[in-house]
Ligand binder design. Structure first.
Ligand code: KG4
Ligand code: ZN
Length: 343
């Protein structure tokens, strides 16, 4: 089955063509980073307008690169939520138009299911069950994944997403946007143990996250650091970046390992933009190998938002005889527990 996947949930206009939920024929992403950079974050109205400009060329390019025509498609999968309503609407209505005009089955996809299943775009992927951490600018959640469509949420962030914390701290440090890559780069020259920022583990049996306290602690530290010229005493910006990054990584690693222990699985999947982070990968791999746990990551291109992962999720839903009609609407909030279950 050849599926076209479309995602316009946030600031990337993306489309991918995937065979049988695994073999990627194309994955085209038009990033809006430059547009939002001066604002230090995504401006929803600008994002919608930019999606409108780019959705047609991006989809055409994905078909061209896959070397297929519209009539070769067996289905169209499109993200309906969670995400920015105005942004989601552009992708959904374009997909509806294509489906109607070319008479191709259409299915609406939960963006988080896309991130969870993005690992199946890789040769090396786990068998079920596994624990999945989706960690990006919009979400930080842990799931017990027992099969396609069988996801139980174990925890989520109570305030900021991990990527959001990276973005906000980078802004305070004047490092630019998006924050993840610039903090990671700066951290390479710093000491991760220089400043002991707080880790919010919450209660010992909780798999929820909280990053707003850490963000505030870093902001207060930076204010003091700037005022008191503590830099002269040996604390460099790189040390702050590395110490902040380590605080995020420590919490993510501990929660992931705790969750996998609780449900007794030996495979872990980490996806979403923050999963690009090398320090997180190293730390998870170390924790995993000492416990005989295999940790799987999609390549960075499939970690950040992309159409291929939506096509992968769409394949399984269409195979399961799920189809949506023209009345389908977007959902700014779309908890994974609201997904139609698989038999
Ligand atoms: O998955 P994604 O492209 O979009 C959302 O659905 O949010 O993730 C973007 C987020 C941003 O917050 C960005 O700062 C973060 O992922 N990110 C990183 C890295 N690369 C991207 N965070 C930490 N380290 C990175 N290398
Ligand atoms: Zn995402």
């Amino acid at each position: 089955m050849i599926i076209l996947g479309i995602d316009t949930s946030c600031d990337d206009t993306s489309a991918g063509v995937v065979v049988d939920g695994r073999q990627v024929l194309s994955n085209v992403v038009h990033s809006q980073v430059k547009l939002h950079q001066p604002h230090g974050g995504v401006v929803p109205e600008l994002a919608s307008r930019e999606h409108l400009k780019n959705i047609m060329p991006v989809v055409s390019e994905s078909l061209r690169k896959a070397n297929i025509r519209m009539r070769d498609l067996d289905g169209i999968a499109v993200t309906v939520g969670p995400g920015l309503v105005g942004a989601l609407l552009v992708g959904l209505y374009y997909a509806k138009g294509l489906s109607y005009v070319h008479n191709i089955p259409l299915v609406g996809i939960n963006h988080l299911e896309g991130h969870i299943l993005s690992i199946f775009l890789e040769e090396e992927s786990p068998g079920f069950p596994f624990v999945a951490l989706t960690v990006s600018g919009g979400h930080t959640s842990l799931y017990h994944v027992e099969g396609y469509g069988k996801y139980t949420q174990m925890g989520q962030t109570l305030d900021d997403a991990a990527g959001e914390a990276f973005d906000k701290v980078a802004k305070i440090l004047g490092l630019g946007y998006p924050g993840g890559p610039v903090i990671e780069n700066s951290a390479r020259d710093g000491s991760k143990d220089r400043i002991n920022f707080p880790r919010a583990y919450l209660s010992s049996d909780s798999f929820d996250f909280s990053f707003s306290g850490l963000k505030t602690a870093v902001a207060l530290y930076i204010k003091k650091w700037r005022e008191s010229q503590e830099e002269a005493e040996g604390v460099a910006l790189a040390d702050i970046a590395a110490s902040f990054q380590e605080a995020v990584v420590d919490v993510l690693v501990r929660k992931v390992m705790g969750a996998r222990k609780k449900v007794g699985v030996t495979s872990v999947v980490v996806a979403g933009g923050v999963a690009c982070n090398d320090r997180l990968r190293t730390s998870l791999n170390e924790a995993g190998s000492s416990r005989d746990i295999q940790v799987y990551y999609p390549r960075p291109e499939y970690c950040t938002d992309n159409g291929a992962m939506i096509a992968a999720a769409g394949y399984n839903r269409l195979l399961n005889d799920e189809k949506d009609d023209m009345s389908m609407d977007v959902r700014s909030k779309y908890p994974i527990q609201d997904l139609p279950p698989f038999p």
